[in-house]
Design a protein around this ligand. Structure first.
Ligand code: ADP
Ligand code: MG
Length: 272
């Protein structure tokens, strides 16, 4: 069955990398927007206490009465946390700094790693006319219980990797964690792909990093690279995805290409 048909589960993709500043949040916002622009029904789950995905989508603090904190703490359903954004077809479950404390609060609970997975499963039971076809989870820069919850809830991991000297450092730790989650908690988890971010063609080092990553990760690396582009970094302060801020800029166009690559890989996976 096609994505979007009733009764079809959403595809759950997690943006993970324990390094900060590599483009996880930017990719969650703009890949989500690009998928919505293509006609998918998208939910972004903000699992970073910093709440940058929520802010970048124009969700102000007072619209975050119910957040992912309440969902993980078991106080609210995911459906109750969901807020619409400025982008048609794109919703967000926002986060607040309360999320910093949830790890300790649930540390001794059974199923502490499965909180998000259960919340997403209950969402599918809610009758809506247009169910979500994609759920993107934005993770904090750490392999903590929040990220574990995301990996347990996900079908696949999308790894943003910044084109800089230490890009590969840390990737093996992330891959090891994904492997551990797969063998112990979520046997269906796969690596969707690696997306190279903040690529600068004028920088020789960027080119070398791209070559190294492609050699190490092979076909897992998306062909699309996200260029370093000032419009991409300006957009969040306007509370908008770059696709709404400046559709023609190189960053927006790259995220549109990435979305179609993601959908192509999804079709291939479904057909397999
Ligand atoms: P993470 O979520 O991994 O910490 P972010 O997505 O917040 O990373 O990105 C870190 C910083 O880099 C932000 O200030 C963001 O605006 C900027 N940034 C991300 N992608 C680009 C890009 N393609 N071009 C320019 N700046 C970018
Ligand atoms: Mg972030």
């Amino acid at each position: 069955p096609e994505a979007g048909a009733r009764g079809v589960e959403p595809r759950v993709l997690v943006l993970a990398n324990q390094k900060g500043g590599v483009g996880k949040t930017t990719t969650a916002i703009n890949l989500g927007t690009a998928l919505a622009a293509i006609g998918e029904k998208v939910l972004i789950i903000d699992l970073d206490p910093q709440g940058n995905a929520s802010t970048g989508l124009g969700i102000d603090r007072k619209s975050r009465q119910i957040s992912t904190y309440h969902v993980l703490a078991g106080e609210s359903s995911l459906a109750e946390a969901i807020t619409e954004t400025v982008v048609p077809g794109l919703s967000v479950a926002p986060s607040t700094l309360d999320l910093l404390g949830v790890e300790l609060e649930i540390a001794n609970e059974r199923n502490r790693s499965h909180r998000l997975r259960s919340a997403i499963a209950s969402l599918s039971a809610v009758e809506v006319s247009e169910p979500f076809t994609y759920i993107l989870i934005d993770c904090p820069p750490s392999l903590n219980l929040l990220t574990i919850n995301a990996l347990v809830a996900a079908d696949a991991v999308l790894v943003p990797l910044q084109c800089e000297f230490f890009a590969l450092e840390g990737l093996s730790q992330l891959l090891k964690t994904v492997e551990q989650v797969r063998s112990a908690l979520n046997p269906d988890l796969s690596i969707h792909g690696v997306v190279l971010t903040m690529f600068d063609p004028r920088n020789n080092l960027s080119g070398q990093v791209v070559a190294d990553v492609r050699e190490f990760m092979g076909a897992k690396v998306y062909e699309t690279m996200i260029p370093r582009n000032v419009r991409v970094s300006e957009a969040p302060s306007h509370g908008k995805p770059v696709l709404l801020y400046d559709l023609k800029c190189a960053g927006s166009q790259a995220y549109l290409r990435l979305a179609s690559e993601v959908i192509q890989r999804e079709r291939a996976l479904r057909a397999a």
